[in-house]
Design a protein. Structure first.
Ligand code: WT7
Length: 659
């Protein structure tokens, strides 16, 4: 370890003792919200408070006269009689206010390309593409799939859908074409917008070709629009496929934004749950936009005229929907959009982007921060990061040491950190510090945002825990909450509102409340694994593994991992007569890559002659977690065959020898 690194290490160790970080007087002086009374004001009448935010921050064609309709829980409705258009709020109103020349996105490509897209340009492109979608037969309420990399067209595609009331269904670019097909099938998408090829670390993947291999016989999908991003040759089917640029050129330039009912669905986003079938989270226009606009402005203390915002997530996850597209654009902010990976073309690229564009607020995942820690503080040290004034964290718990490193090395000790807890389902940030008000504790997302009621309750009784561990719940409806699971109302009620009733939303996370009432989110209580902030269901990965011809059975668990937070560990029973080999491990990993995506590949495969099961045949994952992490085994008395565990222990002991 270098002397500098050693010094830093000792400094951070010392700082672990610090309990609380108060916002500096300097920071507080310039902040938008500095008076803690905001919490009481919101708590006194959350519906009125949210309604005031909706009116203050959004431009309505018809202002709502109603707040929350809770007559049919858990199917809550917000701002029911209001009408507005999301794309109008993100584009037209800013251009009309004279801000057309403001940069919406400083886009940076992997190969060093720069494209500054202004609000006026984004509005032009969106109008044309909205007309192109109409020309393709897309109507209000139709579902449109979007499978695009991090290029400005992804925002255009989303906003064009919103403009005409089509419901977008974005699939993260890291998912395989087979996953895209499944999501198009479940949502009965009429059109899919994709790309000829996508670049990743200097290589180009032939996306359109892969899509074609999966989508050929999907009858519901009538059209495929192809953005020419890389010039990769791609097959085009006559009558079904059109190029984006050609469709736009043929379309009319003007497409007025159509006012939508506040409860009109804005998008579906599939996420993983306890079973192999992904859940189609449905968000609606008025409530969602209220949630993301308010939180983006106040959690990040945003000054749209001067800030340069960078949310370093992918637009294919909810973080990207809310804090790359809708929140920042609705607030008229200037953002950085980065196409690539954090280590291409070099490990300092993030910091080069911060320096080049004068980024003032950075929002990133703990997994990225841990990677940067591994690469060393010298790398960010080579760049001027003095433009930064606020840092955010999202996606998984951040360990105090990573928090402190982020604070010291990236934030130069002067930037508050907002550790923001939320989910695809919540639409917007729910638990977070307010940078001008809250004293932060490294590792805690602190307290609920004004107007949000979160609590930790006892697992069995459902009674609030005064101090200690339990299940995290949200007690009251909030505007940006999911409305249902697409075409699965029953599953929606069952998943979130059966355990503690229809008025309490079950989050699916365990959490701890400390003596100050601060919340510490621990992790999922269901069979959902969080790999580098990517949410995966163990059942989904199991079914992909079992699809391999040599596999008889598989059980997947999330194992704690110093880099990715959790990593996929698979216990695999091979079909009779098949011998375990290194090639088989690779074959299994490849199967998962094709069926789900590379990010879901198991990091570790443990061969198991048999799996621990209860007498009713249920796999006991708790025991698998214990054994994989080398812990003493818990209660094994309910096992059908207790001998299985001894055999597994033998297999794990042999694991090292095989490598
Ligand atoms: C799950 C939601 C939030 C958008 C990206 C992920 C975990 C999220 C935090 C945080 C601890 C966190 C939870 C949650 N999570 N943020 N700040 N601290 N855990 O959205 O894919 O829907 O996953 O991510 O377990 O339930 P998602």
């Amino acid at each position: 370890m270098s002397e500098v690194a050693d010094g830093l290490e000792r400094k951070l160790e010392g700082m672990l003792e610090i309990e609380k970080f108060e916002p500096s007087a300097e920071y507080r002086d310039g902040a938008l919200w500095t008076d803690p009374a905001i919490y009481e004001e919101a708590a006194a009448d959350p519906v009125a408070w949210w309604t005031a935010r909706a009116k203050e921050l959004l431009d309505w064609d018809v202002e709502p006269t109603t707040g929350l309709d809770d007559s049919n829980p858990p199917f809550y409705r917000w701002f029911e009689d209001g009408r507005l258009n999301a794309s109008h709020n993100c584009l037209d109103r800013h251009v009309a206010a004279g801000l057309g020349d403001r940069v919406a996105y400083h886009w940076r490509g992997e190969e060093g390309e720069r494209r500054d897209v202004t609000y006026a340009e984004l509005l032009d492109s969106t109008q044309r593409f909205a007309n192109a979608l109409k020309d393709l037969g897309v109507k209000k309420g139709d579902v449109v799939g979007i499978y695009l990399p991090m290029i400005p067209e992804v925002a255009v595609a989303m906003l064009a859908c919103a403009r005409i009331g089509a419901i977008h269904n974005v699939v993260f670019g890291g998912f395989s074409a087979e996953s895209v097909r499944e999501r198009m099938e479940f949502s009965e998408a009429k059109v899919l917008i994709t790309v000829d090829g996508a670049r990743r670390k200097g290589r180009t993947a032939p996306i359109k070709q892969q899509v074609d291999e999966q989508m050929g016989d999907l009858g519901s999908l009538g059209k495929i629009v192809v953005v020419r991003a890389t010039g990769t040759a791609c097959p085009m089917t006559e009558g079904r496929d059109v190029f984006y640029d050609e469709a736009c050129a043929a379309a009319a330039a003007e497409c007025p934004a159509e006012p939508m009912e506040a409860e009109h669905p804005l998008f579906i986003l599939y996420t993983s749950g306890s079973t192999a079938k992904p859940k189609g989270i449905v968000h609606t226009t008025g409530g969602y936009l209220t949630g993301v606009t308010t939180t983006h402005r106040h959690v990040f203390d945003l000054r749209p005229e001067e800030d340069v915002w960078w949310c370093a997530a992918d637009v294919g996850w909810v973080t990207g929907h809310s804090y790359i597209v809708y929140g920042p654009l609705s607030n008229g902010a200037t953002s950085v959009m980065w196409e690539g990976a954090p280590d291409h073309p070099h490990q300092g690229i993030w910091w080069e982007l911060v320096q080049d564009h004068g980024v003032t607020i950075l929002y990133a995942a703990p997994t990225a921060i841990r990677t940067f820690i591994k690469w060393g503080a010298e790398i960010p040290g080579r760049y001027d990061l003095s433009s930064l004034r606020l840092l955010g964290s999202v996606g998984e718990p951040i360990n105090p040491k990573a928090w402190l490193w982020y604070h010291q090395v990236i934030g130069g000790g002067r930037c508050p950190i907002v550790d923001t807890w939320w989910q695809t389902e919540t639409g917007a940030i729910m638990i977070t510090p307010l940078p001008g008000i809250t004293a932060t504790k490294p590792g805690s997302a602190t307290t609920p945002f004004p107007g949000v009621s979160a609590d930790v309750v006892d697992e069995r009784s459902g009674e609030p825990v005064a101090e200690g561990q339990g299940l995290l719940v949200l007690e009251k409806p909030w505007p940006s909450m999911l409305r249902t699971l697409y075409k699965e109302d029953e599953r929606f009620v069952e998943t979130y509102f059966s355990r503690f009733g229809k008025e309490r939303y079950l989050v699916g996370d365990a959490a701890r409340k400390d003596g100050d009432g601060y919340l510490w989110v621990i992790g999922r209580i269901d069979d959902v694994v969080n790999v580098s902030g990517h949410r995966l269901s163990t059942a989904e990965v199991e079914s992909a593994i079992v699809a391999h011809e040599s596999v008889a059975e598989a059980a997947v668990i999330g194992q704690s991992d110093p880099d990715t937070g959790q990593a996929i560990c698979a216990f695999v029973t091979l079909a009779g007569g098949v011998e375990p080999t290194e090639e088989l491990v690779e074959g299994i990993r490849a199967e998962v890559a094709t069926r789900i995506g590379k990010f879901a590949r198991p990091k570790r495969v443990i061969w198991a002659d048999d799996l621990p099961k209860t007498r009713s045949g249920k796999i006991m994952r708790r025991l698998l977690r214990d054994i994989a992490e080398g812990r003493a085994l818990g209660d094994v008395t309910t096992l059908r065959d207790p001998g299985v565990m001894a055999e597994l222990e033998r297999q794990i002991a042999a694991e090292g020898d095989e490598d």
